[in-house]
Design a protein around this ligand. Structure first.
Ligand SMILES: [Zn+2]
Length: 245
């Protein structure tokens, strides 16, 4: 039996091997492992392993805002690891308050902290808060509405940063090669569900060396296609031929 390794796989293997050899520096015997034993992050049995996750409403905070909300010297306390390595849901939650005192209690804080604070909501959330949040990719918060965050030790007024997070897919470069896409390309996510199949366009590729293949959609999008009960899920290159700019 013969098998061939695609260039993308080789690149992924080499990257993983480099990481593996760094991680194994205190255990030199693992350097003798065959190259085939290494896989890009998130791969299973030599293949990308597609995962689609619903990002429920959440908040990202700066170090300074963590202290203002939870008390001087406070740090985020990791509660649950997210699928992407190094990211976690914190034990802490905040209340998000909109105009006319409408509010969402117990909104989860995700870590680690960031250089700016940001609130990510689904459309349903933003309607109940009375905030007209635009669809934006993470970090693109210019000209977005603000809100007030309330924690056990204080409040923070954000002048901007309330968004509906735009759908996107995290992947490493081996995944990107596998799908024939690159960072900031758009893909399609096809979710086949009984009586409510949906094709999501505009799934932005966010390629990063350490990322694992994972699509992030919000709760409204996940509910629209009944993701929990999906029969088939497909991620594909958006090759309709029309370059959307
Ligand atoms: Zn994401």
């Amino acid at each position: 039996m013969t098998f061939t390794i695609e260039r993308s796989q080789i690149e992924g293997l080499v990257r993983s091997a480099i990481r593996g050899s760094l991680a194994a520096s205190s255990a030199p015997q693992s350097a003798s492992k065959t190259l085939a034993g290494f896989q890009p992050p998130g791969w299973v049995d030599g293949k990308p392993n597609l995962r689609v996750s619903i990002s429920a409403r959440h908040v990202h905070l700066t170090d300074e805002h963590v202290e203002m909300l939870f008390g001087a010297g406070s740090k985020l306390e990791p509660d649950k690891d997210l699928y992407q390595d190094g990211f976690y849901a914190a034990k802490q939650t905040v209340m998000v308050v909109g105009p006319r005192r409408r509010m969402l209690p117990n909104v989860r804080v995700l870590g680690p902290t960031r250089p700016f604070s940001q609130v990510e909501l689904a459309l349903t959330d933003s309607i109940s808060l009375g905030i007209d949040a635009p669809v934006r990719h993470s970090g693109h918060v210019h000209d977005t509405p603000g809100c007030v965050l309330v924690g056990p030790a204080g409040t923070v007024k954000l002048d901007q940063g309330v968004i509906r997070a735009a759908r996107h897919v995290h992947m490493n470069f081996a995944d990107a090669d596998h799908y024939g896409v690159k960072n900031s390309d758009k893909m399609q996510l096809v979710v086949k569900s009984k009586e409510c199949s949906v094709i999501f366009d505009d799934v932005l590729v966010r390629a990063d060396e350490a990322a694992k293949l994972e699509v992030h959609i919000d709760t409204d999008e996940g509910n629209a296609c009944n993701l929990e009960a999906a029969m088939e899920i497909l991620l594909r290159k958006d090759d309709c031929g029309c370059q959307k700019k």
